[in-house]
Structures are given as structure tokens and as C-alpha cells.
Design a protein around this ligand. Structure first.
Ligand SMILES: *[C@@H]1O[C@H](CO)[C@@H](O)[C@H](O)[C@H]1NC(C)=O
Ligand SMILES: *[C@@H]1O[C@H](CO)[C@@H](O)[C@H](O)[C@H]1NC(C)=O
Ligand SMILES: *[C@@H]1O[C@H](CO)[C@@H](O)[C@H](O)[C@H]1NC(C)=O
Ligand SMILES: *[C@@H]1O[C@H](CO)[C@@H](O)[C@H](O)[C@H]1NC(C)=O
Ligand SMILES: *[C@@H]1O[C@H](CO)[C@@H](O)[C@H](O)[C@H]1NC(C)=O
Ligand SMILES: *[C@@H]1O[C@H](CO)[C@@H](O)[C@H](O)[C@H]1NC(C)=O
Ligand SMILES: *[C@@H]1O[C@H](CO)[C@@H](O)[C@H](O)[C@H]1NC(C)=O
Ligand SMILES: *[C@@H]1O[C@H](CO)[C@@H](O)[C@H](O)[C@H]1NC(C)=O
Ligand SMILES: *[C@@H]1O[C@H](CO)[C@@H](O)[C@H](O)[C@H]1NC(C)=O
Ligand SMILES: *[C@@H]1O[C@H](CO)[C@@H](O)[C@H](O)[C@H]1NC(C)=O
Ligand SMILES: *[C@@H]1O[C@H](CO)[C@@H](O)[C@H](O)[C@H]1NC(C)=O
Ligand SMILES: *[C@@H]1O[C@H](CO)[C@@H](O)[C@H](O)[C@H]1NC(C)=O
Length: 630
């Protein structure tokens, strides 16, 4: 215990050294303390024995006996000196297959999309209809009936069903779920969408925040805060006031968590004023259990870091995972691999997540503040308490927007950038993170009032879409990390598209906030090159559709009566990829710490949104080079 406190206090000193964290995480309210799944000799020995190709497999395996007996068995089989064979025997005798306590729901009925006939192209229509049924393959519930009474498992239990991303991601995740919920709501799967949101409500009540995903080893970090967006999406669909009343105290609590544990004081270098903004930060002090080998090697293999540096690196690695962009040039000091780089994890040795104030995180929290200021008026019970809260959030949003304007807005580039606390200056780098302010509507008055300025906000998006034929690139840096070029990620293209559709609504601020989401209808705003912003959105949407569709067709997707398997030697039935290669429509993205996953929750959810907005795209011939230009 003393040891842990010591480590934590070293870490806190480290963090506050450069970023003056407002308050340390409350170590008593939650923690990853399992001697099997979180930290300690068993985890280390099993993971470093490299029995499984993916470090995540072991930590997803429930035990077949009580924890104390597992520990005894480990010691008996050689403990930390165990040979690879002994580790294998230890696993065989003590563990069940990964995911045994997650059961696919086989009895759900998925209604056909009400708007399926608006999709004019028969291939696209058949594909979207097939995808809608695929929710059935991704819907699970927690069920530990196959486990003994005192068996251990890393799953965070929930009482309601949920949709998982797919592949190695066999539990549900925080920000992924927003895009899944959008798709479910478009398919009138309202109960499942609500169940997913209520599972998150339970997490906030139980842990004080939403962990990265539903595993004990994710309790040291969260993910981009999308809960307010989930609640907004649900309310738009249902108009359920009672749900909003229930959501209010939970959203308050989640917001308070971010402010208490992940805020940072930033001094405006020009004006000397201090602001409070948020960043991704963790008190993690060891390898992420689900990526143990990778992190262990990053920090230890042939390195000369001091212990303090190692602890800091573990914290920043976990913070990078909290960002959802694991990993990206946004968080690393080096923007290109060293000439003699052998392993891609070497890039991560320059990771510095907590020193970056990210534009999308602050946009998301501004949205929470803005929504809560309205919702406490609309759905509170008209008491003084709610009035006070509404005022508080109004002020928080105003101050944050002012901070974003003074620290992150770049007048020359007409863009918002991350703020680097080390250089005390902006990180000048285009990534779709710069599009979040437009998506949530966090635009300072001076920009909002100037149509020329607003139109320029998507100039660089247009450049990126002209440069590469696929969906929007994640950055311009070629780093070997998966949240960089040449990968494009569905949620980032979604934020770009929906932001572009809303840009005119946002100009008409009053209406926008009364309404939430509107369809594009205002006068045309054109980029500096003269391209209507609505055209950019449509081109990106068409590329998104084609990328996901051809990825699916090329991996064996077929539609009875409409489309034969393109290649009969492919035994699979079509994969929806988690990410795409922006250089070639139809290719999945690659790189990163794990093999490319399929399933895939957010890719599917966003595909429904695209076709709901643009039902008239024509399915491409996936055997040809596809060009959907501007
Ligand atoms: C591992 O082996 C070393 C050297 O033989 C021994 O000193 C140590 O006690 C062993 N550790 C365990 C956990 O058995
Ligand atoms: C589906 O099965 C689960 C148990 O696995 C049960 O809780 C649920 O009520 C069932 N749903 C329907 C619609 O039958
Ligand atoms: C669902 O899973 C089954 C079995 O793995 C597979 O055959 C089927 O193609 C999947 N359905 C969809 C729509 O992905
Ligand atoms: C997570 O943090 C807790 C303290 O809150 C610590 O005991 C645990 O070792 C950490 N887990 C990891 C994987 O670092
Ligand atoms: C550790 O580093 C050495 C030297 O760079 C390298 O040869 C080896 O492959 C690395 N091992 C792992 C497991 O990454
Ligand atoms: C932040 O600024 C420092 C100092 O200029 C620089 O060395 C570092 O690379 C920057 N960090 C990131 C993540 O870009
Ligand atoms: C209003 O709601 C708060 C919780 O948000 C509750 O504590 C309070 O009792 C309620 N007051 C009335 C008059 O219903
Ligand atoms: C509006 O923005 C444009 C482009 O940045 C700028 O040239 C112009 O001066 C601005 N207009 C006003 C009234 O501020
Ligand atoms: C990207 O980086 C990889 C590895 O460093 C290199 O092999 C490749 O040539 C680079 N590609 C481009 C287009 O620069
Ligand atoms: C949004 O506002 C406009 C203008 O007040 C109104 O006509 C429209 O019905 C509203 N839409 C929604 C979804 O409330
Ligand atoms: C924007 O571009 C469209 C199509 O090129 C054109 O018709 C329209 O006049 C332009 N609008 C403005 C305000 O320049
Ligand atoms: C799609 O095409 C149909 C008929 O081809 C047309 O009636 C409809 O307006 C089009 N929808 C859109 C959104 O362009």
C-alpha cells in the first residue's frame, strides 16, 4: 500500500510539474486491483510468455476457480519462473476461453429499416438491409452462469444487453457506442439503444465515470465523452422527457469527473490570462493489461529510461488510449519514425499525451456544458437548484469557448488546433479533430458572424479530400501508427460530414440549438476554391459508402438475388472494417498494435446514417479503381 501511494505521489508530482492538474483522481472510488487482470506477477508472467498473438486474449479469460486457488496454482507451477509449457498448463487448468461470460443474444428480432426502399440502388439497398441484420451478430448480454460462484473475470457486469464493436473488441466501448446508437435509432431499435445508454448510466453511478470499455482493466481511464451526444440522439428520436430527467444528475456527475480529474490550467501566452481546459490524463503506472507485451517492450526493451520516465510513459500510453486515438502523431513528439526504427512501438517512446490540450475533447465538453445549461431548464423540476446549475453550465461553456478562441483558434489557417503545453503554443497539424468545434457548434461569435470565415473552415478538409481518393485522412503524417495517414476512421469522417451538413444551421445559432439536428437547407456556403460545403459532405459520404461496401464485397459479401460472391475462393461472408485506407477505396486500414478488426459497430452505424441522408448513391464496380472526385 505504501508502495502504491509512493508511486502515485511520484506520478502526481510528475504530472503537476508540467500541467497542474486540478485534483488527483480519487483512488478510493474505483481502481483496477485484480491480481490476475490488472497488475502483478501472474499477469506479467503469462503475458511475457507470449502464448497468444494478442495480449488481450488472456485478460478476457474468466477463471474456473476462486482467485486464491488460481494464485496457488500459479505458484505451484513455477510462479514467475514458469516455463512456457508450465504457463500453458496453468492457463489450461485455471481459465475458460476469452469471453465465456458474454453471451450473444439469439432471440432478438430486428425490424427491416422503414426507409430501406428510399435507397435507389439495388446493391446498396440489399447491402444495407443485410447490415441491419448484422446487429444480431453483435448484440450480447452479460451472463456468468457458466462460471463458478467465486470465479474471477475481468468483465464489468451490466444488467442490460449491448452491442459490441466486433473482433477482439468483445465487450462494449464508450465512444464506439455513440455511433452504434445512431445506427440503432435509425433502425428503430429504440429499446436496445436505451439499454446501451442505461448501462453507461449505471457505470457512472457505480464508478463515478465511464470507463474506456466494460472491463476491469479499463477502469484507469475513460474515452472521449460522448454520453451527452447519446442522450441527445435518443431524445431526438423519442422525445422522452422522463428519460432526460433521469439523465440529468448522471450527466452532471460525468462532467464533474472530467473537471475533477482531467482538467489543466493553461496560461494564454499572449494575454497572460489563465484558463481551465481538459486533457487526457491517467494515473496508470503499468502496462495496459490488454496490450501488456506491447507496452512492456515500448518502455523496457533496450531502453535506458529512468523509473520516473517509465511511469510517465505508462501514464501517457494509457492517456493516449483514453483519447480513442491510440496511437497518433497528435500525442507523440516525433512525427516520423527514426531511420533505424525496427518496431512501430518505438514511436510511442516519445509519447506525451497529457501535455496536449486536445481540441475535440474540449469541443465535446463544451457541448455537454451547453446542453446541460439548456436541459436543466427544460427537464429540471423548476427548483432553484436547477436554475443555479443552468447558470453554472452557461458560464462554463462561455469561458471554455473563450479559451478555445484565444488558445486554439488559428486565424491564419482558419482552423482550431490542439494546444501543446510544453511549447505553450498550438500544434499546427491538420487532423479531423480540428472539425469537432464545427460539429458541436462551438464557434466564437467573431467567426460565426463572418460567412467568409465560416466557409474557410472546411478548406483544408477539401484539400485532404482532393489529395487522397478515399475517406478523410487522419493526419498527413506517415508514422506507422494507426491514427495517422494512410488510415481513415469512420467516426472522424462522420464528424466531418455531419458538421458540414450543419454548418448553415450553426450560423443560424438560435434555431440550431432549439432544434438540435436539422437537415442542410440554408443558402450555399462555398469553400475558397468555390466548392459548396454540402458537396464536400456528399463526396465524402459517397466515398464512405463505397469504401465500406467494396471492403465487404472484396471479402466475400453477397446479396441473394442481387449480387454473387465476387470471388468464390473467399470463404468469408463479407467484413465491415474498423478503418480504411484513404489511398484505395475498398482496402481496409492497417498498422497499429493489433490486426485490423472486423464487425464493426461504428462502421455499420455510420453506413446507415449515410444512406439515410443520401439514399441515391450508385454502388461502384468494386473490381475497378474507384474515383469519386470533386
Ligand atoms: C525463481 O528462481 C530463482 C533462482 O532459481 C529463485 O531464487 C526464486 O526463488 C524463484 N522464484 C520463484 C517464484 O519460484
Ligand atoms: C432473450 O433472452 C434473454 C435471456 O437470454 C431474456 O432475458 C430476454 O427477455 C429474451 N428476449 C426476448 C425478446 O425474448
Ligand atoms: C452473422 O454471423 C454469421 C455466422 O458467423 C455469418 O454467417 C453471417 O454472415 C453474419 N451476418 C452478417 C450480416 O454479417
Ligand atoms: C490503475 O490504477 C490503480 C490505482 O487507482 C492501480 O492500483 C493499478 O495498478 C492501475 N492499473 C494499471 C493497469 O496500471
Ligand atoms: C527488443 O529490441 C531488440 C533491439 O532493438 C530487437 O532486436 C528485438 O526484436 C526487440 N524485441 C521485441 C520483443 O520487440
Ligand atoms: C510539444 O512541444 C514541444 C516543444 O516544442 C515539442 O518538442 C513536442 O514535440 C510537442 N509535442 C507534440 C506532441 O507535438
Ligand atoms: C428536484 O430535483 C432534485 C434532484 O434533481 C431533487 O433533489 C429535489 O427534491 C426535487 N425537488 C422537487 C420539488 O421535486
Ligand atoms: C471575415 O473573414 C475574412 C476572411 O478571414 C476576413 O478577410 C474579413 O476581414 C472578415 N470580415 C470581418 C467583418 O471581420
Ligand atoms: C511511409 O513510411 C514507411 C515506413 O517508415 C515507408 O516504408 C514508406 O515508404 C512511407 N510512405 C510514404 C508514401 O512516404
Ligand atoms: C426546427 O425549427 C424550425 C423553425 O422554427 C421548425 O420549422 C422545425 O419544425 C423545427 N424542427 C424540429 C425537428 O423541431
Ligand atoms: C457556390 O457554388 C455554387 C456552385 O458552384 C454556385 O452556384 C453558387 O453561386 C456559389 N455561391 C456563392 C455564395 O458563391
Ligand atoms: C432519389 O431518387 C428518387 C428517384 O430516383 C428521387 O425521387 C428522390 O428525390 C431522390 N432523393 C434524393 C435525396 O436525392
Amino acid at each position: 500500500m505504501l508502495h502504491l501511494r509512493l508511486i502515485c505521489s511520484i506520478l502526481i508530482t510528475q504530472i503537476s510539474f508540467y500541467s497542474s492538474v486540478i485534483a488527483a483522481k480519487n483512488l478510493d472510488s474505483y481502481s483496477c486491483d485484480s491480481p490476475i487482470y490488472c497488475n502483478g506477477p501472474i499477469l506479467k508472467t503469462v503475458q511475457l510468455a507470449r502464448i497468444f498473438a494478442d495480449s488481450k486474449t488472456f485478460v478476457d479469460m474468466p477463471t474456473v476457480k476462486a482467485e486464491a486457488k488460481v494464485i496457488a496454482s500459479f505458484n505451484q507451477l513455477g510462479g514467475t519462473n514458469a516455463t512456457k509449457d508450465q504457463v500453458m498448463q496453468f492457463l489450461n487448468e485455471n481459465f475458460l476461453p476469452a469471453g465465456t461470460d458474454l453471451k450473444r443474444l439469439t432471440n432478438i428480432t430486428i425490424p427491416e429499416l422503414k426507409w430501406i426502399d428510399t435507397i435507389s440502388d439495388p446493391e446498396y439497398r440489399g447491402w444495407i438491409s443485410t447490415l441491419n441484420k448484422a446487429w444480431g451478430n453483435l448484440t450480447f448480454e452479460f451472463d456468468d452462469s457458466a462460471l463458478c460462484q467465486d470465479c474471477a473475470s475481468s468483465t464489468l457486469p451490466v444488467s442490460r444487453p449491448f452491442v459490441v464493436p466486433g473482433g477482439r473488441f468483445r465487450e462494449f466501448y464508450y465512444w464506439d457506442s455513440y455511433f452504434v446508437i445512431k445506427g440503432l435509432l435509425l433502425g428503430d431499435q429504440i429499446d436496445l439503444a436505451r439499454n446501451m445508454i442505461e448501462n453507461f448510466f449505471d457505470f457512472v453511478e457505480r464508478y463515478g465515470f465511464i470507463p474506456n470499455g466494460a472491463r476491469i482493466y479499463y477502469l484507469n481511464r475513460s474515452q472521449p465523452p460522448f454520453l451527452t451526444h447519446m442522450v441527445q440522439a435518443y431524445y431526438e428520436k423519442t422525445g422522452d422527457d422522463g428519460f432526460m430527467t433521469k439523465a440529468l444528475p448522471i450527466l452532471d456527475q460525468e462532467y464533474a469527473h472530467w473537471m475533477a480529474n482531467a482538467s489543466v490550467r493553461v496560461r494564454d501566452p499572449k494575454r497572460g490570462k489563465n484558463y481551465i481546459l481538459n486533457h487526457y490524463v491517467t494515473l496508470n503506472t503499468s502496462p495496459r493489461p490488454e496490450s501488456y507485451v506491447e507496452d512492456y517492450n515500448t518502455v523496457n526493451n533496450a531502453t535506458h529510461f529512468t523509473d520516473a520516465e517509465k511511469l510517465q510513459m505508462y501514464a501517457d500510453i494509457a492517456a493516449g488510449a483514453e483519447s480513442g486515438w491510440d496511437y497518433s502523431s497528435r500525442w507523440t513528439k516525433n512525427k516520423a519514425p527514426a531511420a533505424n526504427q525496427k518496431e512501430s512501438y518505438e514511436m510511442l517512446r516519445t509519447i506525451n499525451t497529457a501535455n496536449i490540450v486536445p481540441i475535440e475533447l474540449n469541443s465535446l465538453l463544451w457541448y455537454t456544458e451547453t446542453k446541460l445549461s439548456q436541459w436543466h431548464v427544460l427537464f429540471g423540476n423548476k427548483t432553484k437548484n436547477h436554475e443555479k446549475k443552468a447558470k453554472y453550465y452557461t458560464k462554463q461553456a462561455k469561458v471554455r469557448l473563450s479559451a478555445m478562441e484565444h488558445l486554439m483558434w488559428n486565424q491564419q489557417d482558419h482552423a482550431f488546433y490542439d494546444f501543446n503545453l510544453t511549447s505553450n503554443a498550438q500544434s499546427i497539424q491538420f487532423t479531423p479533430a480540428t472539425l469537432f468545434p464545427m460539429w458541436v457548434g462551438a464557434l466564437p461569435e467573431k467567426i460565426l458572424k463572418n460567412r467568409t470565415e465560416v466557409a474557410k473552415l472546411y478548406d483544408e478538409t477539401e484539400n485532404a479530400l482532393r489529395k487522397y481518393p478515399g475517406i478523410l485522412t487522419t493526419s498527413y503524417y506517415n508514422t506507422t501508427m494507426q491514427w495517422d495517414w494512410p488510415n481513415g476512421w469512420p467516426p472522424l469522417s462522420f464528424v466531418a460530414m455531419e458538421g458540414m451538413l450543419r454548418i448553415d444551421d450553426i450560423l443560424n445559432k438560435e434555431e440550431y440549438f432549439k432544434n438540435g439536428t436539422l437537415r442542410y437547407k440554408g443558402p450555399q456556403l462555398n469553400t475558397t476554391r468555390g466548392t459548396p460545403i454540402s458537396t464536400l459532405a456528399r463526396v465524402l459520404a459517397e466515398r464512405y459508402a463505397a469504401s465500406a461496401y467494396c471492403g465487404w464485397v472484396n471479402t466475400g459479401g453477397s446479396i441473394p438475388g442481387v449480387l454473387e460472391k465476387s470471388n468464390t475462393s473467399v470463404t468469408d461472408d463479407g467484413h465491415m472494417f474498423e478503418k480504411f485506407d484513404v489511398n484505395t477505396i475498398g482496402l481496409s486500414g492497417g498498422q497499429g498494435e493489433y490486426v485490423t478488426q472486423t464487425g464493426f459497430g461504428w462502421t455499420n452505424g455510420i453506413a446507415f446514417w449515410v444512406f439515410n441522408q443520401w439514399p441515391n448513391f450508385t454502388a461502384p464496380d468494386c473490381t475497378q479503381v474507384i474515383q469519386l472526385g470533386l
